[in-house]
Design a binder for this molecule. Sequence first.
Ligand SMILES: *[C@@H]1O[C@H](CO)[C@@H](O)[C@H](O)[C@H]1NC(C)=O
Length: 213
Amino acid sequence: MALFLLLFTIFYHSSSSSAAYTVGVNYGTVANNLPSPSQVASFLRTQTTIDRVKIFDTNPDILRAFANTGISVTVTVGNGDIPSLAKLPAAQSWIAANILPFHPQTSIKYIAVGNEVLATSDKVLIAHTLPAMKALASALELANITTIHVATPHSLGILSSSEPPSTGRFRKGYDQRIFAPFLDYHRKTKSPFMVNPYPYFGFKAETFKLRVV
Ligand SMILES: *[C@@H]1O[C@H](CO)[C@@H](O)[C@H](O)[C@H]1NC(C)=O
């Protein structure tokens, strides 16, 4: 059961008066001898306080398994599918095939459009990411779905400096040229700016440095 707990992500509810927080996990499936999606869903629901899960595709078995569990799911559009989704009819077909059959029984909260697209340095992919996000958001709106938001997770490599946090800066040129239109989209659609932080890897590198000194 430990295999799929690849990464913990903590979402703080800042508006809440008590110190309530939400714990989510990435549910990866690149491994062998994995428990079935229904076993995973049942385990999370009955044995943990985890109430958010992110998957790296739109696996229908997983989406069905999380129906009526109270656990919200983030689904992912594969990087390779992004260019074709930049047009509204294709985005509508994608929503019809991958979201509508599971909504609202499964609480899908976010559609992650690709993963760390900037880190790929693929110009075609990068140029189509925001148009695909907008097309998918429009397709959701046309389907009268207001509970699902569209975003794209970035790697922490978007920062030129992150430590100490007060020195945090986007990489040179990213702020105006790349992120301004993304941030404008997020503000208008009230969708989140997503980043994949891997604090453990950062910590591990630090531990390693200390040891070799
Ligand atoms: C969305 O809602 C509008 C207004 O209630 C309605 O006319 C339209 O048929 C709905 N569209 C879908 C796809 O349900």
